[in-house]
Ligand binder design. Structure first.
Ligand SMILES: [Zn+2]
Length: 327
């Protein structure tokens, strides 16, 4: 499915060897000179999925009024639940947990992150990739779950060029048709009209430089060996969840089936920006039930960093159980 030229295959192989020889998860010496570690705490988290080296790479955070992310929650209950979780009642922070997969000399990034499209606290991806010893030019493939700005924002540089110059970008076809090829009616989104306009314009601007390099997929397809997509439409017309498998290990990346576990898993409230609420709710149940039945490791793109945990089936619904930190 992927076309890779010889030079890129060799680069991948060399980088893979250097990493294995060093035996340590730090940047190779050649990268150390320009490696500016991001300020504050680490924005990357390494783990394994069978033979695949996986790293959650943060693009920072976005957020907004909790009401947006729990569209059908009764006001008093929403406030009580947020207080009980020691969360602010006037603002909900959402993380941007992209996932880097390194396998067979190839580097795959799941989700591109928001960049500067959704406020001043995104656009940490490239610093954090650098801290992981990876440059934007090293990425061979970027797979997008759906084309909202917080998932495609980093595809374009500020100058309007391809931010990942050597990467194929894969996008669900139905989202491209809806958000990119047409002027979508976003009146279903519970946000002010100016926000909607900016939102729509930011999508087009972010994907413009990759338009000639994009490959489309239908949710449900296997994209590369070990990486499958699961139909999760409803939030957007084409949204996919990702299933990464290697040996007996698997990881489910839930995209925007849930924004925050406190309101969308522990409570059954629906994300306000779901375009088709009924279809989205059915996808949520179907995929959460599967995750719970198989005790899958789950990565929530917007969950508190690093966003890993499991979904438990309870008598009344579901519960989020975060994974312990691995040193
Ligand atoms: Zn999102």
């Amino acid at each position: 499915m992927l076309t890779m030229n010889r030079r890129r295959i060799m680069l991948g192989a060399v980088a893979g060897t250097a990493g294995a020889l060093a035996g340590a998860p730090f940047a190779p010496a050649a990268l150390a000179q320009d490696a500016r570690p991001p300020a504050g705490n680490a924005g990357l988290y390494r783990f394994r999925i069978g033979e695949i080296a996986a790293t959650v790479v943060s693009d920072g955070v976005i957020g907004g009024p909790p009401r947006v992310y729990a569209g059908d929650a009764p006001e008093a209950e929403l406030e009580a639940v947020l207080r009980q979780a020691f969360l602010p009642t006037d603002f909900m922070t959402l993380n941007l947990n992209t996932l880097l997969l390194e396998t067979g000399g190839r580097r795959i990034l799941l989700e591109a992150g928001a960049g500067t499209t959704m406020g001043p606290n995104g656009a940490r991806l490239f610093d954090n990739l650098r801290a992981a010893g990876v440059s934007a030019a090293d990425i061979d493939l970027v797979v997008i779950s759906h084309t909202h700005p917080d998932h495609v924002g980093n595809l374009s540089t500020e100058a309007g060029e391809r931010a990942f110059p050597n990467a194929t970008v894969m996008v669900p076809r139905a989202d491209w048709a809806f958000f990119v090829e047409s002027e979508p009616d976003l009146s279903y989104m519970p946000v002010p009209p100016e926000f909607r306009q900016r939102f729509a314009a930011n999508i087009k601007r972010s994907v413009e430089p990759v338009a000639r390099h994009v490959e489309f997929y239908e949710a449900g397809a296997e994209l590369v060996p070990g990486l499958s997509t699961i139909v999760a439409a409803g939030h957007t017309p084409g949204m996919a969840a990702f299933l990464v498998q290697s040996g007996n290990d698997q990881l489910l990346l839930t995209a925007d089936l849930a924004y925050h576990p406190v309101v969308n898993i522990d409570r059954p409230w629906r994300p306000g920006p779901d375009r088709d609420g009924e279809t989205a709710a059915a996808a949520r149940r179907r995929i959460f039930d599967r995750a719970a039945a198989d005790c899958m490791l789950v990565l929530g793109f917007h969950f508190p960093f690093p966003g890993l945990g499991r979904i438990l089936r309870t008598d009344t619904g579901y519960a989020w159980v975060p994974s312990g930190w691995q040193f």
